[in-house]
Design a protein around this ligand. Structure first.
Ligand SMILES: NC(=O)c1ccc[n+]([C@@H]2O[C@H](COP(=O)([O-])OP(=O)(O)OC[C@H]3O[C@@H](n4cnc5c(N)ncnc54)[C@H](OP(=O)(O)O)[C@@H]3O)[C@@H](O)[C@H]2O)c1
Length: 396
């Protein structure tokens, strides 16, 4: 029986993970679930799944949750960020699903890597911000790192096991990273000025949290994924081409020296990569409908439009700049939060990121404290830029 921690259990990936775990209660036992401050959702999950512990990163929310828990519940309630780190490092735990959104997930995710867990990585912001520090923790801790992003999970499935991390020796000529293009695919930049958070979050194929939905609409998500693939498969941006594939049926491809191209296909449902991460190298039922190619009928491909969506280009540049992806990620998190709150326009997101990349100087951070310090400086710079843009718009 594998003991599982689900970091970010109340989110889109967290709930899909719980659904897969429930189908395999003979193999997996739910040790810990965590959230930030969604008390109602957490209470529902505790009553449905009865984990050993439930942690709210926000201590006030933990108090509220504890006060509403029926006295007969077997679940222990804990609060605070250190409790997340402790759960991810607990010697009783075998598997950690890292599904907190954003940089906030870095410490517990890193703890799971340092303690040699099977680490299912959805929280791409943790890997791209901490890059070298993260990969070094995975190596020295002896963790098994399994990508949950559907694209990287597809690459993982298409590169032979004995060559992962060294694609060049596997005869890999190019990795083809697919992108749906998001809800605004095909629109010129002039039509993106007034788009609303609701429009940006209405992804045509995937149902996801709001932050990644906006990242998908700006193509910034593809930039994070480019950096993620470079770390996971030990390659450079030149080894990877981004291809827009609007149906999201092919989740990524690997082209080999002999002309072969291997692809992984499936319905757009995150339970497939989650189930593969949980059971690898075996395969288990994920609850996903079989792919019906006749009803899909058509698979289209096009090049990304970097003029309308400059975030991907910014990421391509940031990957080559010391600490660039940490700066880009932090600026993006601040900008997306401002956009969702109505304080920044959609096209302001890339403006804020470009400003942070130009104005925050850095060396490549080589420990957690340096990563956090750089993240903090980039956030402050992004915040200042947003205030300046707001000021200019008002004409004050
Ligand atoms: N959704 C997808 O299909 C998908 C696909 C590929 C990769 N990913 C990646 O998976 C991660 C999660 O995405 P999602 O769409 O599942 O996000 P989501 O639906 O917004 O859920 C985020 C989860 O993180 C928790 N959380 C938020 N802020 C936190 C904080 N400061 N400290 C601790 N916990 C915090 C939330 O708790 P509360 O509910 O209490 O706020 C929630 O449980 C992201 O990195 C995303 O890029 C997602």
């Amino acid at each position: 029986m594998k003991q599982v921690v689900v970091l970010g259990a109340t989110g889109s990936i967290g709930l899909s993970t719980l659904d897969v775990l429930k189908r395999h209660a003979d193999r997996f036992s739910l040790h810990t679930i965590t959230a930030y401050r969604s008390v109602d959702k957490m209470l529902e999950l505790i009553l449905a799944y009865e984990p050993v512990q439930a942690i709210m990163a926000c201590p006030d929310a933990a108090e509220q949750l504890a006060s509403r828990l029926p006295t007969e519940s077997p679940t222990r309630i804990l609060g605070g960020e250190q409790a997340l780190v402790d759960a991810a490092s607990d010697s009783d735990v075998d598997v950690v699903m890292a599904a907190i959104v954003g940089f906030a997930g870095l410490r517990p995710t890193l703890a799971a890597a340092e303690h040699g867990k099977r680490l299912l990585l959805a929280n791409k912001e943790a890997l791209v911000s901490a890059g070298r520090v993260f990969m070094e923790a995975t190596r020295s801790g002896g963790a098994t790192l399994l990508p949950i992003d559907s694209e990287h999970n597809a690459m993982f499935q298409c590169i032979p096991a004995n060559n992962r991390g060294r694609p060049e020796t596997a005869g890999v000529e190019k990795i083809l990273l697919t992108a749906s293009g998001g809800p605004f695919r095909g629109r010129p930049r002039s039509e993106l000025l007034g788009v609303t958070p609701e429009q940006a979050c209405a992804h045509p194929n995937w149902s996801m949290g709001r932050k990644i939905s906006v990242d998908s609409a700006t193509l910034l998500n593809k930039g994070l994924e480019l950096a993620e693939a470079c770390w996971l498969f030990d390659c450079t941006p030149g080894d990877i081409d981004v291809v827009v594939h609007p149906q999201s049926i092919i989740h990524s491809l690997v082209r080999y020296d002999d002309g072969s191209v291997l692809a992984q296909l499936g319905n757009p449902d995150m339970r497939t990569p989650i189930a593969y991460g949980l059971s690898w190298p075996e395969r288990i039922d994920a609850g996903v409908a079989p792919l019906d190619l006749v009803s899909v009928a058509k698979l289209d491909f096009e090049a990304p439009d970097l003029e309308a969506f400059p975030c991907l280009r910014l990421a391509q540049e940031a990957i080559t700049q010391p600490g660039g992806m940490c700066i880009l990620n932090a600026a993006n998190e601040i900008a997306v939060a401002a956009f969702l709150a109505g304080g920044l326009g959609f096209t302001g997101i890339d403006n804020v990121i470009a400003h942070a990349l130009e104005n925050v100087s850095a060396d490549e951070p080589d420990n957690l404290e340096a990563v956090e310090a750089l993240d903090g400086r980039a956030r402050a710079c992004a915040q200042e830029r947003i205030e300046q843009l707001e000021h200019d718009t008002r004409g004050v």
